[in-house]
Design a protein around this ligand. Structure first.
Ligand code: UTP
Length: 297
């Protein structure tokens, strides 16, 4: 019987430089997709997968994130007084049970691996999930839930994976596949940001992981890798060939890279169109925009 995954780490200590100047004072994870910040999509995905303990790795200037998951008694009283029950209800999803959420500081942005390692004392000896909130995934069954279900069969270490265009491999960690079993692949090597000509495949790792505690021990030993950062990929790659091994999981769903401007805009369009209350007006606007653009060509 595999241990249940009940803890998730949300590394949110990055500088978010691709969104400067916005991220000078606003954490990237608070930026809003339609009417919810990125972090809320991540929390809801984690909840749906059975996560009960939420560990944020934060840094200076991220207090808006902590406030977001706190209650706001003045606002709530005002909404109650005005009878705005639907808005009160929307706030409920942002309230966390006392003790369910923990904040750890990463003093220096030394990379994703280092950020995850900062949470090691809260993990103990159990498997845990890692969610990068800037990877937003639209899926019928939330991506982490798909992974938790697959993990119940395989155990080990699991990374979410998706096929990317070959020319884009240098933006991702890329899997060298030992055996392809369809939605699951076993991994024989992982390469961080390979040039397309040397990439072992076009199966890229994206921001969802289920990891064993031995990954944390590997990070302790890991030296700075690509870009001078402590890479999570390197520590996961250390688990290849161990009893637990590493699997890639091809999730069903559409991933948006909300850490990049183009990805964020695409997500805004997709999530806007998915909303019943906005669809008609928004799609009409988009159609007009496209016809104006075509007419100008
Ligand atoms: P990114 O590679 O997107 O970096 O990090 P970033 O700093 O957030 O953004 P850019 O590239 O400067 O625009 C991927 C995830 O890892 C976290 C980030 O917060 C993000 O969720 N991270 C990265 C950390 O928590 N600490 C780090 O040292 C680096």
């Amino acid at each position: 019987m595999k241990r249940k995954v009940t803890k998730a780490i949300f590394p949110v200590a990055g500088l978010g430089t691709r969104f400067l100047p916005a991220t000078k004072s606003i954490p990237k994870e608070i930026m809003t997709l339609v009417d919810r910040p990125l972090i809320q999509y991540a929390i809801e995905e984690a909840r749906a997968a059975g996560i009960r303990e939420f560990i944020f790795v934060t840094s200076r200037g991220k207090s808006a994130l902590e406030d977001y998951f706190d209650s706001n008694p003045i606002l709530e009283a005002e909404l109650r007084r005005k009878g705005k029950t639907d808005l009160l209800e929307s706030l409920r999803a942002t309230n966390m049970e006392s003790g369910a959420i923990a904040y750890i500081r990463q003093q220096k942005a030394m990379g994703l691996g280092h950020a995850v390692w900062c949470a090691r004392r809260l993990i103990h000896d159990e498997p845990f999930a890692v969610i990068l909130p800037d990877d937003v995934i639209a899926a019928e069954k939330p991506c982490l839930k798909q992974m938790v279900e697959a993990y119940a069969e395989t155990g080990g270490n699991m990374v979410a994976a998706m096929e990317v265009p070959q020319e884009k491999t240098s933006a991702y960690g890329v899997l060298d596949v030992a055996e392809d079993m369809g939605s699951m692949v076993s991994v024989k090597a992982m390469v961080e940001k390979p040039e397309p000509s040397v990439a072992p495949s076009n199966l890229a790792v994206i921001g969802r992981y289920i990891l064993t505690p031995s990954v944390l021990r590997s990070i302790s030993r890991t030296k700075q890798g690509a870009g001078g950062e402590i890479q999570l990929t390197d520590a996961i790659a250390d688990q290849i060939g161990t009893k637990e091994g590493v699997y890639g999981f091809r999730f069903r769903g559409q991933r948006f890279d909300c850490g990049s401007k183009a990805g964020f805009l695409q997500a805004t369009v997709a999530f806007g169109l998915a909303r019943e209350d906005l669809r008609e007006e928004f799609s009409q606007f988009l159609e007009e925009m496209i016809s104006v653009k075509k007419a100008a060509q």
